[in-house]
Ligand binder design. Structure first.
Ligand code: HXC
Length: 263
């Protein structure tokens, strides 16, 4: 079992819903929350992938549930939230990690292509945030909401205009709800991972020359790991970050800052 920065038991007895929890950064966050004692509900579209992730979590000793959900459908999202509370008795954390993206020249992007990404990244994140926020208000014990964004939300990101626009919306939503919902005891933050070594991202640097080119743009000279993303997320979700609200926490080895003409 990997070690964690925060004391074991920090999140004992609490429930977290992690969308996109079947793989990649979402699963890394679910694993770290589990190590800290949380019960984890992972949600995603693909039942088999979710079940495999649930079993991996359970092998590490985490209490895990897998609930197949398409976050683009508000009724499925409501069912996810209701079932999570029925089965675990609580709802303390939502992690919005589900996303969809593809590289395309903007002039070739169809309306359906735009909608496929925006409906997942922006609308789906809102449906989950709304349903969980309302449930946390009803239960009356506060909560924490954390979304996974990307620095191209503010730098721009050629060939990913759909995802760029949607992630920028999620950043704006994070800062807005952090203010509106603080008096319910709900903190709303985001993490902003840089290039992270996941199965989903690896095809982007399958060519060794491309891997070299990408790593050269990252001041620390390597990709991030899902464990590093999980630890940053856990900090923001823990009481150690009780005064952190509306923050977008960048974990990218300095990648987005390295844009000077001489770099
Ligand atoms: C152009 C594309 C396309 C592509 C889909 N479309 N893929 N257009 N190039 N590569 C268009 C389709 O032609 C269609 O439009 C519309 O998008 C909907 O496609 P569907 O496949 O029907 O949509 P759906 O099944 O809902 O799939 C959603 C998706 C898909 C976002 C398109 O890629 C997906 O589910 N991805 C989830 C996994 C994922 O993306 N992970 C990476 C996220 S993080 P038409 O007009 O033909 O009907 C990540 C980090 C790295 O990527 C970031 C690097 C920049």
């Amino acid at each position: 079992m990997a070690s964690t920065m925060l004391p074991e038991g920090t999140l004992n007895g609490q429930t977290a819903i992690v969308t996109g929890g079947g793989s990649g950064i979402g699963l890394g966050i679910a694993q770290e929350l589990g190590r800290l004692g949380a019960r984890v509900v992972i949600a995603g579209r693909k039942r088999e992938k979710l079940e495999a992730a649930k079993e991996a979590l359970q092998r590490e000793g985490t209490q895990a549930l897998a609930i197949p959900t398409d976050i683009r459908d508000p009724e499925q999202v409501q069912a996810l939230v209701d079932q999570s509370v029925v089965e675990t008795g609580r709802l303390d954390m939502l992690i919005n990690s589900a996303a969809g993206n593809f590289i395309v020249d903007s002039e070739k992007l169809s309306v359906n292509g735009w909608n496929a990404v925006v409906n997942t990244v922006l609308n789906g994140t809102f449906y989950c945030t709304r349903a969980c926020g309302l449930k946390m208000m009803e239960l009356g014990h506060g909560g924490r909401i954390l979304s996974v964004v990307a620095s191209y939300a503010w730098t721009g990101g050629p060939k990913t205009v759909h995802s760029v626009a949607a992630k920028a919306g999620v950043v704006a939503m994070t800062r807005t709800l952090a203010v509106e919902w603080a008096h319910y005891g709900i903190r709303v933050n985001a993490i902003c991972p840089g290039p992270t070594d996941t199965e989903g991202a690896r095809p982007l640097w399958a060519d060794p020359a491309e891997e070299q080119r990408l790593k050269a743009k990252i001041p620390v000279g390597r990709f991030g790991t899902v464990e590093e993303m999980g630890r940053a997320a856990s900090y923001l979700l823990s009481p150690y970050a009780g005064f952190v609200n509306g923050e977008v926490f960048v974990i990218d080895g300095g990648e987005w800052l390295g844009k000077g003409l001489t770099s």
